[in-house]
Write a new protein. Structure first.
Length: 270
């Protein structure tokens, strides 16, 4: 069983003064969980692998590997292709990427997840019929279940936390429970990523003070904005208990192996 995880090129407005470049933390957690369950993983970090490739087109800036280069990096024997789409501004480009992947991999299962997908699940499937399934919310357990079901040749349509279309009907399986024992979640598999490109870019969020790495300090967003398009991703405050151990583990590894001098605590949906 082999899974390919893709973080597409960074999309921003042509009027932007700065384009923060941060490692794809959510995909790193998913990759770590898949490896923990003996599932082979290839990661394609489009930003980290070619951050110097910047294209301006139609009022937008695209930074990272081109769609063609991403497709060339997908192993021919992969069983599942997972594409991250965190924000709605990324969706038109991500949709185009998925459509092109489908042309090159007509029989391979394509899955997408992230904040945009979770907020607009049916619209995403309708706008991009090349997409087979959407993963809602936290992706570690769901992607692992999907991979194990595919490996065992079982139908994945009983897996919790996914959405798909059958006979023109949008079907959502039972919601997956939030991960409660967060200290047991596998650490991010940064060894699969071109992490040095991120660390040396000096283009992270905020003022650059040297080599910095993000740590997931909450499972979801700690704010409760009334205008939020995706309130599902708000924090269940019961999840904040007992995660100090995993934060300490991450910090020690980063400092000792990557010479990190700044730990950036963020909240992020996977």
């Amino acid at each position: 069983m082999h899974v390919t995880l893709i973080s597409p090129a960074l999309v921003s407005s042509d009027a932007s003064f700065s384009i923060p470049m941060t490692p794809p933390l959510g995909l790193a957690y998913i990759a770590g969980t898949l490896l923990k369950n003996s599932i082979d993983v290839t990661v394609i970090d489009a930003i980290g692998e070619d951050s110097n490739n910047i294209v301006r087109e139609g009022g937008y800036i695209y930074q990272g590997l081109t769609i063609e280069d991403v497709i060339l990096r997908i192993p021919s024997n992969t069983s599942i292709i997972g594409v991250s789409c965190m924000f709605t501004q990324d969706w038109p480009y991500t949709r185009r990427l998925i459509q092109n992947i489908r042309q090159s991999f007509p029989e391979t299962m394509i899955i997408s997840g992230g904040e945009h997908i979770t907020a607009l699940l049916e619209l995403s499937l309708r706008e991009c019929p090349e997409l087979d399934y959407c993963v809602l919310g936290e992706g570690e357990e769901t992607m692992t279940d999907i991979a194990l079901h595919v490996n065992d040749r079982k139908s994945i349509e009983n897996v919790d936390g996914i959405v798909f279309i059958r006979d023109n009907i949008c079907i959502q399986t039972s919601p997956r429970k939030r991960i409660r024992v967060v200290d047991e979640i596998a650490l991010p598999a940064w060894d699969l990523f071109p992490i040095e490109a991120h660390l040396s870019s000096k283009n992270s969020h905020g003022v650059s003070r040297g080599r910095s790495m993000p740590i997931l300090s909450t499972r979801g967003c700690p704010y409760e904005c009334t205008f939020c398009s995706n309130p599902v991703m708000m924090v269940d405050y019961g999840l904040l208990v007992n995660q100090a151990l995993s934060l300490m583990k991450s910090s020690i590894i980063y400092v000792n192996t990557m010479q990190i001098i700044l730990i950036s605590m963020i909240s992020q949906w996977l």
